[in-house]
Design a protein around this ligand. Structure first.
Ligand SMILES: NC(=O)c1ccc[n+]([C@@H]2O[C@H](COP(=O)([O-])OP(=O)(O)OC[C@H]3O[C@@H](n4cnc5c(N)ncnc54)[C@H](OP(=O)(O)O)[C@@H]3O)[C@@H](O)[C@H]2O)c1
Length: 223
């Protein structure tokens, strides 16, 4: 039974920024051999540049990377909200591309021995107006996580469900949003990417966790 990441091979898809980058750094500090896959992977890691919207690019990335112990998927473009009034079927469908269908492409293409950790979010539990599609993606990833945990067992499949976290996802002018959201939470602040990274490391190293959706949200969903 291995509960350490020392020497483990990890691919972080979407690891060039925010939650994924923090996870890549924390895993590397724990002794893992980390490969980042994204369109613009950063220096300091093994890297494979790929647009994860393209299934062929995903397959090619895993051909190059070879066998890994853990797959982490955090890729996501900035979210666009859409009220029912603005509903557009093609745009809504496109939102599922990177966060849902590319996850399936990646899980299918990867040669993983130990665990897969996906990313959902608490929008599925606490949606606001305009969040119908985004919340649905989160719900779909939660269901996908549990279904894959059954289909791929004994490979472990889990997901992290963050609340609002300070990251480039929200753009450069999000301080007011962080303040406003943070004020409403039991812990009185939004999260930091390093705090969420901790959850990915936990799920990678907890040998009896599968089908788990690990919420880390400063108390958002109980407030
Ligand atoms: N931040 C939050 O408050 C929060 C809360 C709940 C859930 N989440 C979810 O957590 C995930 C990560 O969020 P984050 O805050 O870390 O966002 P982020 O800082 O914007 O990072 C997004 C990552 O996705 C990659 N990416 C985007 N489009 C890509 C593409 N076509 N191909 C390959 N990689 C692509 C980016 O890399 P490149 O630009 O190099 O391609 C980047 O590494 C997202 O799914 C988000 O919805 C975030």
């Amino acid at each position: 039974m291995r509960s350490t990441l020392d020497g483990q091979r990890i691919a972080v898809l979407g690891g060039s920024s925010g939650i994924g980058l923090a996870t890549a750094k924390a895993a590397q500090q724990a002794g893992a051999k980390v490969t980042i896959v994204s369109r613009k992977p950063p220096a300091g890691f093994a890297a494979h540049a790929a647009d994860l919207a393209d299934p062929a690019a995903i397959a090619e990335a895993f051909d190059t990377i070879g066998e890994i112990d853990h797959l982490v998927y955090t890729a996501g473009e900035p979210l666009e909200l859409m009220t029912l009034n603005d509903f557009d079927r093609d745009r809504a469908r496109s939102f599922f591309g990177l966060r849902y269908f590319s996850v399936l492409d990646a899980v299918k293409a990867a040669r993983v021995t130990t665990s897969i950790t996906l990313t959902t979010g608490i929008a599925k539990d606490r949606p606001g107006p305009g969040w119908a599609v985004a919340a649905s993606i989160c719900g779909a990833v939660e269901a996908l996580t549990k279904a894959l945990a059954i289909e791929l067992a004994p490979l472990r499949v889990n997901a992290v469900s963050p609340g609002v976290v300070r990251s480039p996802l929200w753009g450069p002018d999000a301080e007011q949003l962080y303040t406003d959201v943070g004020r409403t939470l039991p812990l009185r602040r939004v999260g930091e990417v390093e705090e969420i990274a901790h959850a990915y490391l936990y799920l990678m190293t907890q040998p009896w966790a599968t089908g788990t959706i690990l919420t880390v949200d400063g108390g958002t969903t109980i407030a």
